[in-house]
Design a protein around this ligand. Structure first.
Ligand SMILES: [Zn+2]
Length: 529
């Protein structure tokens, strides 16, 4: 590759104009003469060399999204989407239309509503009115709550006599009848009886979803899923259908409703036998609390104007059991923690690991949306990776202000403060909660989660440089998966995962970052887009 403006993200040589790739890896990175010399050497060994002219385009390492639920996102692409609806009436209109188009007796499954922002309750009575007799299951935008109809509750056998499951709440009316609102672990009660979509259709949707990510500059994801998705990914890899690398983390409970436990994990030998560069299992994920929007994030002090402090979905003994399993298998442990109490619990737990073990396995906290100021320096001090999603800060801004009050300013979405303490940041999208689109994440990060204020000329306290944001999507995310010597930089010896951008991300006005277009994305030296 020549005639390129290469941003290598490699401290030793941050800029280059040409590189040479052989057998899927960079072997020379520098100026045209250095790449040509390497190419001549390869030709002398009998290799066929091709020359690409980047036409002055900017080339960066491929972006790594450090927090994705790809299987869930793909499944949702096959279901009714309520994303973007602003009121209950808007959501119900879409439900009514979908109901009219479905044969009698079939489940109506969908997701994406932001019921927490509505004036009216997301209860079963509303669904029963627009879709009479229909079993309806609608997962909320953050996947921490669901809205279901009377028929759905009946098919699942959920009645007033059903107790709340561990780590979940069945919403009830004043008489004690389930009202159609399910939180966290209670979602599973209904989700478990919804028949899954056709496997081949789901697999096609998964491959399409990953190819779409490559079109936005992504070359690898950290994918947190229930154990069943692992074998589907392996099958896609064998069929040559995986456009990007997938570093896999086994979810232990939560999110999808298909709750997995330690008992569901494949045996360690099975995993080791199938590790390769395209698919690799690297982590277990435990869930310490809920989410901001459903007021289930676990807080040290009550939500603004209330007395509740959210949910602790995994106690210290539960965390220790998961950590023992992760360490036994040589996996990282990723702990979902959104509230400041959950972040503290995660840090307290990781502090109990020997330092060498933390250095080896790279434990991480997922989200860290609210961190008590006294805990901010502990991530760097302990060597715990902070896996954050800048797009959340934009979408959840009004909610964070309303529910956390002034805590939001001190430790909400505190990636800038965390960077200042020396913590390693890994950025991601949490797709399908937000779009798997690092361009939107870069924009959110450099505008401090407040694009409007930034456009007015303010510099929000959370704003960070584009270099720092790119680092969180490349070197930081690679480090978090113990892949920093494989990907994340354009440097000799690393795998040739890179993106050629039509416009220079460093030269366009900040507001145009979300609209950057990708000229080509390469994974292991091969163009995938
Ligand atoms: Zn997630």
């Amino acid at each position: 590759m020549r005639e390129a403006r290469v941003r290598t993200m490699d401290g030793g040589r941050p800029r280059a104009s040409a590189f040479f790739v052989e057998r899927g890896r960079f072997v020379a990175v520098g100026e045209a003469g250095e790449a040509e010399a390497a190419a001549r050497g390869a030709e002398a060994r009998g290799a066929a060399v091709r020359v690409f002219d980047a036409g002055g385009r900017t080339i960066t390492p491929g972006l790594i999204d450090a927090h994705v639920h790809a299987g869930l996102a793909a499944d949702r692409s096959l279901e009714l989407s309520l994303r973007g609806t602003r009121t209950r009436a808007e959501a119900l209109a879409l439900v009514a239309r979908a109901h009219a188009a479905l044969p009698a007796g079939e489940w109506l499954v969908g997701s994406g509503q932001r019921a927490v922002e509505w004036d009216e309750p997301a209860d079963r009575a509303a669904l029963d009115r627009v879709a009479p007799g229909r079993a309806v299951y609608l997962a909320g935008y953050d996947a921490h709550g669901a809205w279901v109809s009377s028929s759905a509750l009946a098919r699942a056998g959920v009645t007033r006599a059903t107790p709340d499951p561990p780590g979940g709440t069945i919403g009830r009316d004043p008489t004690g009848e389930p009202d159609g609102r399910l939180q966290e672990g209670a979602m599973t009660l209904v989700r478990a009886v919804v028949p899954p979509a056709d496997r081949a259709r789901r697999d096609r949707a998964l491959a399409t979803f990953l190819r779409g990510a490559a079109g936005r500059g992504v070359t690898a994801i950290h994918d947190f899923e229930e154990p069943a998705t692992w074998s589907r990914l392996l099958a896609l890899r064998d069929a040559g259908e995986l456009a990007v690398r997938v570093w896999f983390g086994f979810m232990l409970g939560g999110l999808t409703g298909e709750q997995g436990g330690l008992a569901d994990l494949p045996a360690p030998g099975t995993i080791a036998a199938v590790e390769d560069e395209r698919v690799r299992a690297f982590a277990l994920k435990g869930v310490l609390d809920g989410a901001l929007g459903s007021r289930t994030a676990h807080l040290l002090e009550p939500y603004a104007g209330g007395t509740d402090r959210g949910l602790c979905t995994l106690d210290a003994a539960g965390v220790s059991a998961q950590a023992d399993e992760a360490r036994r298998r040589g996996y990282s442990l990723a702990l979902h923690a959104i509230g400041d109490a959950a972040s503290r619990a995660a840090l307290d737990h990781f502090a109990s690991w020997p330092r060498a073990e933390r250095e080896r396995l790279r434990p991480r906290v997922e989200h860290a949306q609210l961190v008590d100021p006294t805990d901010l320096p502990r991530f760097a001090a302990l060597g715990v990776v902070v896996s954050m999603q800048p797009q959340h800060a934009v979408a959840d801004r009004p909610l964070a202000r309303a529910l956390w009050g002034e805590r939001d300013e001190r430790g909400g979405f505190a990636w800038a403060q965390l960077l200042a303490t020396g913590a390693v940041l890994a950025f991601g999208s949490d797709a399908p909660v937000e779009a798997l689109d690092p361009r939107a994440g870069l924009h959110a990060a450099v505008t401090g989660g407040d694009p409007e204020a930034h456009a007015r000329g303010d510099r929000p306290a959370r704003a960070i440089s584009l270099d720092a944001a790119f680092a969180a999507y490349t070197t930081g995310a690679a480090f978090a998966a113990r892949s920093e010597n494989e990907v994340g930089r354009i440097a000799p010896g690393l795998r040739a995962d890179f993106v050629a951008w039509d416009d220079d991300p460093w030269a366009v006005p900040v507001e145009r970052l979300p609209a950057l277009t990708v000229f080509a994305t390469y994974v292991g030296g091969s163009a995938v887009v």
